[in-house]
Design a protein around this ligand. Structure first.
Ligand code: HEM
Length: 68
Protein backbone atom coordinates (compact mmCIF):
# COMPACT_ATOMS: atom_id res chain seq x y z
CA UNK A 1 0.00 0.00 0.00
CA UNK A 2 1.42 3.44 -0.86
CA UNK A 3 2.79 5.54 2.00
CA UNK A 4 0.18 8.03 3.21
CA UNK A 5 -2.78 5.89 2.18
CA UNK A 6 -5.81 6.42 4.41
CA UNK A 7 -7.46 3.18 5.52
CA UNK A 8 -10.86 3.07 7.17
CA UNK A 9 -11.55 0.17 9.53
CA UNK A 10 -15.26 -0.02 10.36
CA UNK A 11 -15.52 -1.65 13.78
CA UNK A 12 -19.25 -2.24 13.43
CA UNK A 13 -18.68 -4.41 10.36
CA UNK A 14 -15.56 -6.25 11.54
CA UNK A 15 -16.99 -7.03 14.97
CA UNK A 16 -20.10 -8.54 13.39
CA UNK A 17 -18.30 -10.57 10.74
CA UNK A 18 -19.43 -14.21 10.60
CA UNK A 19 -15.91 -15.30 9.70
CA UNK A 20 -14.80 -14.21 13.18
CA UNK A 21 -17.91 -14.68 15.33
CA UNK A 22 -20.61 -17.31 15.41
CA UNK A 23 -24.03 -15.60 15.61
CA UNK A 24 -22.40 -12.22 14.97
CA UNK A 25 -25.58 -10.15 15.31
CA UNK A 26 -26.65 -11.48 18.69
CA UNK A 27 -25.53 -10.15 22.04
CA UNK A 28 -23.62 -12.82 23.91
CA UNK A 29 -21.00 -12.18 26.54
CA UNK A 30 -20.11 -15.86 26.46
CA UNK A 31 -18.21 -15.25 23.23
CA UNK A 32 -15.49 -13.70 25.36
CA UNK A 33 -15.32 -16.75 27.63
CA UNK A 34 -14.89 -19.15 24.75
CA UNK A 35 -11.44 -20.59 24.22
CA UNK A 36 -11.90 -19.88 20.52
CA UNK A 37 -11.46 -16.18 21.22
CA UNK A 38 -7.75 -16.81 21.64
CA UNK A 39 -7.46 -17.74 17.98
CA UNK A 40 -9.02 -14.49 16.77
CA UNK A 41 -6.79 -12.08 14.87
CA UNK A 42 -5.91 -9.06 16.99
CA UNK A 43 -8.01 -6.67 14.93
CA UNK A 44 -11.17 -8.77 14.88
CA UNK A 45 -12.12 -6.80 18.01
CA UNK A 46 -10.52 -3.43 18.71
CA UNK A 47 -12.71 -1.11 20.80
CA UNK A 48 -9.58 0.52 22.22
CA UNK A 49 -7.89 1.26 18.92
CA UNK A 50 -4.50 -0.23 18.20
CA UNK A 51 -1.07 0.10 16.72
CA UNK A 52 0.42 3.58 17.22
CA UNK A 53 -2.73 5.04 18.78
CA UNK A 54 -4.30 3.02 21.54
CA UNK A 55 -6.32 3.54 24.71
CA UNK A 56 -3.95 3.50 27.66
CA UNK A 57 -6.79 2.49 30.00
CA UNK A 58 -7.80 -0.72 28.26
CA UNK A 59 -6.32 -2.96 30.94
CA UNK A 60 -8.52 -1.16 33.47
CA UNK A 61 -11.62 -1.48 31.31
CA UNK A 62 -11.43 -5.07 30.08
CA UNK A 63 -9.30 -8.16 30.37
CA UNK A 64 -8.90 -10.23 27.23
CA UNK A 65 -8.06 -13.91 27.58
CA UNK A 66 -5.37 -13.60 24.93
CA UNK A 67 -3.62 -10.77 26.73
CA UNK A 68 -2.29 -11.97 30.08
C1 HEM B 1 -14.82 0.62 27.71
C2 HEM B 1 -13.89 1.49 28.06
C3 HEM B 1 -12.98 2.24 27.10
C4 HEM B 1 -12.97 2.28 25.74
C5 HEM B 1 -13.88 1.56 24.75
C6 HEM B 1 -11.89 3.17 25.34
C7 HEM B 1 -11.54 3.47 24.04
C8 HEM B 1 -10.56 4.36 23.66
C9 HEM B 1 -10.22 4.74 22.31
C10 HEM B 1 -10.89 4.17 21.05
C11 HEM B 1 -9.22 5.64 22.37
C12 HEM B 1 -8.59 6.37 21.18
C13 HEM B 1 -7.39 5.61 20.64
C14 HEM B 1 -6.88 6.38 19.44
O1 HEM B 1 -6.35 7.48 19.60
O2 HEM B 1 -7.04 5.86 18.32
C15 HEM B 1 -8.93 5.87 23.76
C16 HEM B 1 -7.96 6.74 24.22
C17 HEM B 1 -7.65 6.93 25.54
N1 HEM B 1 -8.19 6.28 26.62
FE1 HEM B 1 -9.70 4.94 26.53
N2 HEM B 1 -11.26 3.63 26.48
C18 HEM B 1 -11.89 3.08 27.58
C19 HEM B 1 -11.54 3.23 28.90
C20 HEM B 1 -10.50 3.99 29.36
C21 HEM B 1 -10.06 4.07 30.75
C22 HEM B 1 -10.68 3.25 31.90
C23 HEM B 1 -9.03 4.95 30.78
C24 HEM B 1 -8.19 5.41 31.96
C25 HEM B 1 -8.16 4.80 33.15
C26 HEM B 1 -8.81 5.43 29.43
C27 HEM B 1 -7.86 6.34 29.07
C28 HEM B 1 -7.61 6.76 27.76
C29 HEM B 1 -6.60 7.77 27.40
C30 HEM B 1 -5.71 8.56 28.37
C31 HEM B 1 -6.63 7.87 26.01
C32 HEM B 1 -5.77 8.78 25.14
C33 HEM B 1 -4.48 8.04 24.77
C34 HEM B 1 -3.62 8.86 23.82
O3 HEM B 1 -4.15 9.67 23.06
O4 HEM B 1 -2.39 8.67 23.84
N3 HEM B 1 -9.72 4.83 28.60
N4 HEM B 1 -9.75 5.08 24.53
Amino acid sequence: MPCGTTILMPQWVVQRAPRFFAEPDSFGLERWLDERIKSLPKFAYYPFGGSLRVCIGQQFAIRHPWRH
